[in-house]
Write a new protein. Structure first.
Ligand SMILES: Cc1cc2nc3c(=O)[nH]c(=O)nc-3n(C[C@H](O)[C@H](O)[C@H](O)COP(=O)(O)OP(=O)(O)OC[C@H]3O[C@@H](n4cnc5c(N)ncnc54)[C@H](O)[C@@H]3O)c2cc1C
Length: 373
């Protein structure tokens, strides 16, 4: 007889872990399946680690406002996973930016996000022919390794059954529409069965693989094979974060697990893009398993040095490649909407997809409301 749970969570990234904890704390028995051998080891690890506080979204007021609400909550709940205070900055490019410095200041005032003049020592690092203004801001980076360790401990402590190295291939209906559903779970060469009254699909880049494997139609999603260059910047830049706004520019942010910074560039970070369902691939992760494309570190550095000359003295120590997945709405205004969707054909399966770490909080109340119906 297959083990039965109130809830099964598929995918142990930050979303799956936080939602599994939420369901468990509400008194449900919860099992979490993660195909990797560690939690939060995919997009929840290989990202820029920015805890957004609104500044990044002048083109999407709602996303900016939600970031302002979620930022203090994330900082308070995961204080032990936040990197020691790093001075963070936003610079406005003089040419090619879709916001001017004045507009950025007005936008920050509207969302209540504080700005300060950057220190002279920072100003001096920037080429003022290229940069109209630079501001110090209140924003943070998290340590993805500490966050994974913390979530692992929290799940164990809460009594969530965590099954690493298990891939859910399908969620299948039993005889009656209102019955629990059965999960077909691959663990190495073996196939196991588990049952749950509700299943949360938190598989991010593999959202459609779970749906299609379960005989359901895929959702419209856009994927990018993204590269973040890992580098050690020279002394004046090493305890410092900078984002150049708002267009085809770059961000340089600390990445604590590797004692390095990530360099990302709007033009060079995405190596390859595709949309589902039109260009469906069997498994987006296979694109990375087959090998990564040649690094674009040189192109990123060549462009970034035009704004921040000292970055040319950085030591490149590697790259993180990961699949970034967004909802098509994000393309219109750079917003970061979230997906919370009950499958009409199989109501026990709820698909969740978030677009940044902190907006997992935006899901908790709507999820409770959905489960109450
Ligand atoms: C390059 C890049 C930069 C980013 N920068 C930021 C940033 O600075 N700040 C920010 O807040 N957000 C950022 N993001 C977005 C953020 O990383 C994601 O929104 C977040 O990690 C999504 O979490 P998740 O748990 O949904 O996905 P993931 O962490 O990818 O978790 C999904 C998990 O599901 C597992 N899985 C998949 N299919 C199955 C299956 N069938 N059975 C079992 N397990 C399965 C996977 O192994 C994986 O562990 C960035 C993303 C990328 C890629």
């Amino acid at each position: 007889m297959a083990a039965q749970f109130d809830a099964a969570v598929v995918g142990g990234g930050v979303y799956g872990c936080v939602l599994a904890l939420h369901l468990r704390r509400a008194g449900r028995s919860v099992v979490l399946f993660e195909q990797a051998n560690a939690l939060a080891s995919r997009a929840s690890f290989a990202n820029q680690a920015r805890v957004h506080n609104g500044y990044h979204y002048p083109r999407s007021f709602l996303t900016a406002l939600r970031s302002r609400v979620n930022y203090p909550r994330f900082l308070a709940e995961y204080a032990d996973c936040i990197a020691a205070a790093v001075p963070m900055h936003y610079a406005i490019a003089r040419r090619g930016s879709s916001v001017s410095a004045d507009q950025f200041v007005r936008f920050c005032a509207r969302i209540g996000a504080e700005l300060w003049p950057a220190d002279d020592s920072i100003e001096q690092q920037l080429d003022r022919d290229m940069v109209e203004a630079v501001f110090a801001v209140r924003e943070s980076v998290f340590d993805a390794e500490r966050l994974a360790a913390r979530l692992t401990r929290d799940l164990a402590h809460a009594g969530v059954e965590v099954r690493l190295g298990t891939r859910v291939e399908a969620v299948e209906r039993l005889a009656e529409a209102s019955d629990p559903v059965e999960l077909r779970v691959r663990a190495g060469d073996a196939v196991e069965r588990s049952r749950a009254r509700v299943v949360l699909g938190c598989t991010y880049a593999r959202t459609n693989q779970l749906l299609v494997g379960s005989g359901l139609p895929p959702l419209p999603l856009k994927h990018e094979l993204a590269e973040l260059v890992l580098l050690r910047p020279p002394e004046p830049l090493c305890a410092f974060g900078l984002t150049v706004m708002c267009g085809p520019f770059f961000s340089l942010l600390p990445f604590p697990p590797r004692r390095a910074h990530t360099l990302s560039h709007v033009r060079y970070t995405p190596h390859h893009e595709w949309v589902e369902p039109a260009q469906r691939v069997a498994d987006p992760y296979l694109r990375l398993q087959r090998g990564t494309p040649p690094s674009r570190a040189v192109q990123m550095l060549q462009d970034a040095r035009r704004y921040l000359p000292a970055i040319a003295g950085s030591e490149v120590v590697g790259s993180l490649f990961e699949i970034k997945t967004v909802l098509p709405e994000s393309e219109v205004d750079d917003s970061r909407p979230i997906l919370l969707r009950r499958s009409p054909e199989l109501p026990q399966l709820i698909t969740v997809m978030g677009s940044k770490i902190d907006n997992v909080y935006d899901l908790l109340e709507p999820l409770d409301a959905l489960l109450a119906n």
